[in-house]
Design a protein. Structure first.
Length: 224
């Protein structure tokens, strides 16, 4: 059975990583749509850098929770038949042991150079304007996908959705496309669809089945 799992901020919430659109959401005082854009970065690069630098530092203080571990166990039994597509830029899936993970919105531990477009593994602050390790230009930005930019790995994701028997969405509000459209795509190609989320997402009616609760409980219960 081929399974595609889409994860969002809700799967990392119980690890202590704030979500975007809940009451205690990440962009306090800012709507995410007003900040996570290339235009916002052009206007206020240091505000954006400081924000991502702080989130990168915070990664060292968090750990995977039972939901991440359950998906790693699922990979042990399904192997290549499981693909995790995450909108999250943290590395908690990998730290739990998952290896088949696509980061469609990029990664905190990566930087991309605006001069040469090269991507480099990155664990330091970017607000200090370090030079690009490839071309030497001090024009590195967080390697993340902002509104108006094209998410990573879309060809591989759509191919996987076409051949999936089961599509499971975990901890995402369904407010951001193209990820919010995956349920429809998968169902069109014949997959059964399941939503595991704290509350109904914006696209909840498109799923064959929905279960509401905390990912740390729902995901192990579904996997085991
Ligand atoms: C729990 C829980 C617990 C809490 N247990 N659950 C179609 C219609 C309208 C607009 C568009 C459209 N197509 C494209 C657009 C434009 C735009 C868009 O979607 N705009 C919307 C505002 C409508 N999309 C784009 O611009 C995208 N690019 C694009 O479409 O390019 C064109 C193209 C596509 C495909 C092929 C070719 C071309 C890019 C979107 C980039 C989004 N970037 C961000 C920032 C990334 C970097 C960073 O992390 O800082 O991605 S924004 C932010 O939102 C981040 C997230 O990945 C994303 C989704 O958020 P998520 O994960 O759903 O979090 P929350 O907080 O919203 O929800 C958490 C959920 O968890 C809640 O439901 C809680 O209840 C739940 N929860 N605790 C279980 N313990």
């Amino acid at each position: 059975m081929k399974v595609v799992v889409l994860t969002g901020a809700g799967i990392s919430a119980e690890s202590g990583v704030p979500t975007f659109r809940d009451a205690d959401g990440l962009w306090e005082g800012h709507r995410v749509e007003d900040v996570a854009t290339p235009e916002a970065y052009d206007a206020q690069p240091f505000v954006v850098h400081r924000f991502y630098d702080a989130r990168r530092k915070a990664l060292t203080a968090v750990a995977p929770n039972p939901a991440h571990h359950a998906l790693a166990r699922l990979e042990e039994s399904l192997g290549d038949d499981l693909l995790v597509v995450t909108q999250n830029i943290d590395d908690l899936h990998e730290r739990a042991g998952s290896t088949r993970v696509l980061h469609m919105h990029g990664e905190l531990l990566s930087a991309v150079c605006r001069a040469c477009r090269g991507r480099s593994r990155w664990d330091r602050d970017l607000a200090d304007l370090p030079p690009c390790p490839r071309c030497g230009t001090p024009d590195l930005r967080p390697d993340v996908v902002w509104f108006g930019e094209i998410p990573y790995e879309m060809d591989r994701i759509y191919l996987a959705l076409e051949s999936a028997d089961l599509f499971v969405s975990i901890g995402t509000s369904g407010a951001v496309y193209p990820a919010a459209g995956f349920v429809q795509q998968a169902a069109t190609y014949g997959a059964r669809t399941l939503e595991l989320n704290l509350q109904a997402s914006e696209v909840t009616t498109l799923f064959h089945e929905t279960r509401h609760g905390r990912a740390g409980e729902l995901v192990p219960a579904w996997v085991d």
